[in-house]
Design a protein around this ligand. Structure first.
Ligand code: MG
Ligand code: MG
Length: 257
């Protein structure tokens, strides 16, 4: 069942999202060679909990141990923070985080370069970020869920990269994962009609090589089957009468507007 959110509820989700936006601004300077993914996780948990009422909602969700998912290079999503995973120059790291504040959730992800990365990786990041931007623009009331996936496909087409198929975006609100599913591929006008009041986590995952993935023995970390690097950008987006509104934007300020 898809729960439509009232403008007041969307403001609540935006408050949670503002914490994520601020976290990404702050954590960026820690994404450097020599830092461990557990170090990033500790920083994030402390930052989130410093906002009264806010909790890192991934921690304990389905049994996940971290506040962040930290996924390096060929890891697509759900990497577990560890003091043994040390960032190195040339890596890319996807940081995925959810915050719950006063009962409402936001979810966002971004892939960061560590130091200087290869031109191919640089390109992967810009394509994935653009895929998210175009997908968000397609999320307007009256459009269809297939328009979102189609927008991702159009950006990726011709790059030689591929869209990860096994994982999709989702509705979000009181729970992190709600209906509907939001695939990163689709046909224009196909699928569910989008309505004002929907709040969606839109999250293209793009791989340099094959779209195929597998899950490591830790039962969490999803990697590309061919070992090629992957990137992941995600925003929580409200569908309003004025168009899509990003609730996890980095420029948003916590506690204002
Ligand atoms: Mg996420
Ligand atoms: Mg998500």
């Amino acid at each position: 069942m898809i729960e439509l959110k009232t403008p007041r509820e969307i403001e609540e989700i935006a408050r949670a999202g503002g914490i994520i936006g601020a976290l990404f601004r702050e954590i960026e300077r820690s994404v450097v060679a020599g830092e461990s993914t557990l170090g990033l996780d500790r920083f994030a948990e402390e930052f989130i909990r410093s906002h009264p009422g806010a909790v890192p909602v991934f921690k304990g969700l389905y049994g996940f141990p971290g506040s962040l998912c930290t996924s390096i290079n060929e890891e697509v999503v759900h990497g577990i923070p560890s003091d043994e995973r040390i960032l190195r120059d040339g890596d890319i790291i996807s940081i995925d985080v959810g915050v719950k504040l006063d009962g409402w959730c936001s979810d966002s992800a971004r892939t960061f370069p560590v130091g200087e990365v290869s031109p191919e990786r640089e390109h992967l990041l810009s394509v994935t970020r653009e895929a998210l931007d175009r997908a968000v623009e397609a999320a307007v009331p009256g459009a269809h869920v297939g328009d979102i996936g189609h927008a991702v496909e159009k950006v990726v087409e011709g790059t030689g990269f591929s869209i990860v198929r096994d994982l999709v975006g989702h509705g979000i609100g009181r729970k992190v994962h709600e209906d509907p599913q939001v695939p990163n591929r689709g046909r224009p006008g196909a699928g569910l009609e989008l309505r004002e009041g929907m709040v969606l986590a839109i999250e293209p995952m793009i791989a340099v090589g094959s779209y195929r993935t597998r899950t490591l023995k830790d039962n969490w970390t999803v990697v590309t089957a061919d070992g090629s690097p992957a990137a992941h950008f995600e925003h929580t987006v409200a569908l309003t009468a004025d168009g899509p509104r990003i609730l996890t934007a980095e420029q948003s300020r916590v506690g204002t507007g």
